[in-house]
Write a protein that binds this ligand. Sequence first.
Ligand SMILES: Nc1ncnc2c1ncn2[C@@H]1O[C@H](COP(=O)(O)OP(=O)(O)OP(=O)(O)O)[C@@H](O)[C@H]1O
Ligand SMILES: [Mg+2]
Length: 410
Amino acid sequence: MGRKEEHIVGLDVGSMKVSTLIAAARESGLQPLGLGVAESKGIKKGSVVNLEAVAESIKRSVGEAEAMAGCEIETVYVGLAGPHIKSFNSRGVTSILTRMREINRDDVRRAIETARAIALSPDREIIHILPQEFTVDDQSGIGDPLGMVGTRLEVNVHIVTSSTTAAQNIVTAVNRSGLLVGDTVLESIAAGEAILTDDEKELGCVLVDIGGGKTNIAIYHHGAVRHTVVVPLGGELFTSDIAVGLRTSIPEAERIKSEHGCALSSMLETDKVFEVAGMGSRHHRTIAQTVLSDIIQPRAEEIVHLVRNEIRNGGYERQAGAGVVLTGGGSMLRGFVELAENILDLPVRIGTSTGFQESLLEKVPQLMGPEFATVTGLVLHGDRRRKTRDFHENSHSGFKKFVEIFRSFL
Ligand SMILES: Nc1ncnc2c1ncn2[C@@H]1O[C@H](COP(=O)(O)OP(=O)(O)OP(=O)(O)O)[C@@H](O)[C@H]1O
Ligand SMILES: [Mg+2]
């Protein structure tokens, strides 16, 4: 008898929407079964401000996904992000005692343990330790040191930490909605799993997830995460600027942004106009698209300048050869790609999920939108965790792939 089909569930509690994706782990690959999207309440810029409201939004989103998938779920992989996230690089070292011998899993684990031995204030916790590369004696730049011979093993890692209370609040909200948390994953790392190619990660690229309340940035090079940061700027700001600038309601500003907004005024035909509903009993007005663009462009530039600063301050200019990959709902603003290309002088593309074969997407074609990159990545992360676990259960012969090793440390 085959095993019962396993379901892997991603839960992205965003500032604007809570998305739940249920996928079945089948031999042919991951099959998306159900997607639920509910308006997000009780979250501000990645932090819980009203626990009950968040739990309610999660319930609605999960309920919708369950109804579509025709199953009930128990455990979710949940995304974490917010300005409370702080990341840095660290280094660990261990000696291969007694005599020169082959490096084994315990050596790798010990090296990583020493890298995590950093002074952390009591209100913070580590959510990821992501190995970048190993050095065996004098040979650096090693991806997988297992089986190599040496006396000293060093490892460079990227460590992501979170405020303990902020992480706990999300977990509590999930629990209150009747679910268990399988793992918490930094949103940008989840999105990276869904949209970046191996070549991009190897050559070096910058992932920029522009959401409603925040922008998540992750820089990759030589296949590993080098830098991550979360900034409290997102699409909501464009909307509120438009509402103030055009004296209209937030829902109307949101509509105008999606239908007529453009981040680069030079892309517009000068005589194009659109209608704006007035507040209360005021009449509709006709506004030129260039006026709208004058409101939007400075905000878009602010976000791109921020990305440029993160690249420059960390000295990553030469390590972003594959360019910038924009994702998240905010990246759908017309002209954003062109604006970012102009300012950053790097190739820029919009990243959408590549984790599922297109033929499997019949049930949930919306998953191809950039606003679902994070939830897709959470499912892919969960699937990797499952495979690593199966690998542990089924094999005593050691690990073959480096990625499988470090997943077990996360
Ligand atoms: N076509 C569009 N043009 C411009 N902006 C858009 C478009 N579609 C969606 N957006 C914006 O994308 C934002 C929502 O993005 P997304 O769904 O990725 O956010 P989220 O994941 O809920 O929030 P966060 O990641 O900040 O917690 C909103 O500000 C929305 O206005
Ligand atoms: Mg998001």
